[in-house]
Write a protein that binds this ligand. Structure first.
Ligand code: OAD
Length: 244
């Protein structure tokens, strides 16, 4: 695999790099994406019936069980070479921010340090009412487990459709996109806001935009460099080429 000289030179002098990742980065770990035509979760399930506050109000057990199933899937997988390549990249750039829409925690498991989780983390569980986090709950109940503090229903600490993103994570992500000299968009279809606007913000501020994705996205026309393929193959090759 060969990469343009201009990109290699740019990365070697980069002082401030921001990376946005999506479900495509975890696909080679064995997790399903959301929008791939045949295999994506949203090809099989309706988002608003499973990933919204209204769905949880209507049928909390259905929503709880769906996330419990996904939590189990995440427990059974490991980071892939794409995740590890980003750990390597972080070591070479003074100011590095990894912004992820993924709730699987695989970037941190791989060893990435400065990670912003825009959509939460599926392994964390909290009370839907009082927000208290809990490490222990009984999954084998007929109904959704309850909060030990206030008796409210427990829920995954992920962002559902119609909910706000964690403010501190979003503010830091916007700041990173606006101040970086190189912005990577990797494995995301780029259709869910506000994450989708980060690449455009970086481009408008003059950052070099690099996209790595299985297929073109709305960001592709703005990208200075666009690579279509698997992040688990392209990223390790790029990091090796740039930093050896
Ligand atoms: P999507 O499923 O929308 O997009 C995944 C992208 O990764 C697609 O463009 C694929 O072509 C690409 N892709 C697949 N395999 C790849 C690989 N091996 N290497 C590189 N790219 C690959 O997932 P997201 O963009 O992450 O939100 O979705 C954004 C949000 O929509 C999710 O965080 C989730 C979902 O609804 C919430 O649940 C709030």
């Amino acid at each position: 695999m060969s990469f343009p000289e201009g990109l290699i030179a740019q990365l070697r002098i980069s002082k401030n790099l921001a990376v946005l990742t999506g479900a495509g980065v975890s696909k080679e770990s064995g997790l399903r994406t959301f929008r791939d035509a045949q295999t994506g979760l949203w090809a099989q399930y309706k988002p608003h019936e499973l990933a919204s506050p209204e769905a949880f109000q209507r049928d909390p057990k259905l929503v709880w069980d769906w996330y419990a199933w996904r939590r189990e899937a995440v427990k059974g997988v490991r980071p892939n070479p794409g995740h590890y390549a980003l750990v390597g990249m972080e070591k070479h750039v003074p100011d590095f921010t990894l912004i992820t829409q993924n709730v699987d925690g695989l970037h941190r498991m791989a060893g990435s340090q400065n990670v912003l989780e825009l959509h939460g983390n599926i392994q964390r569980v909290r009370c839907a009412d009082c927000y208290t986090f809990t490490e222990v709950w009984d999954d084998d109940t007929e109904s959704v487990p309850h909060c030990k503090v206030c008796g409210g229903l427990l829920r995954p600490d992920v962002v559902w459709f119609g909910e706000s993103l964690p403010r501190d994570q979003l503010e830091a992500a916007v700041q990173a996109a606006r101040s970086c000299d190189v912005f990577f968009s990797i494995g995301t279809s780029g259709v869910v806001q506000p994450a989708a606007s980060l690449g455009f913000a970086a481009h408008n501020r003059g950052a070099v935009v690099v996209e790595i994705n299985a297929e073109p996205t709305p960001l592709t026309p703005k990208a200075n460099y666009s690579f279509h393929g698997k992040s688990g193959e392209i990223l390790p090759a790029l990091v090796k080429e740039v930093w050896g």
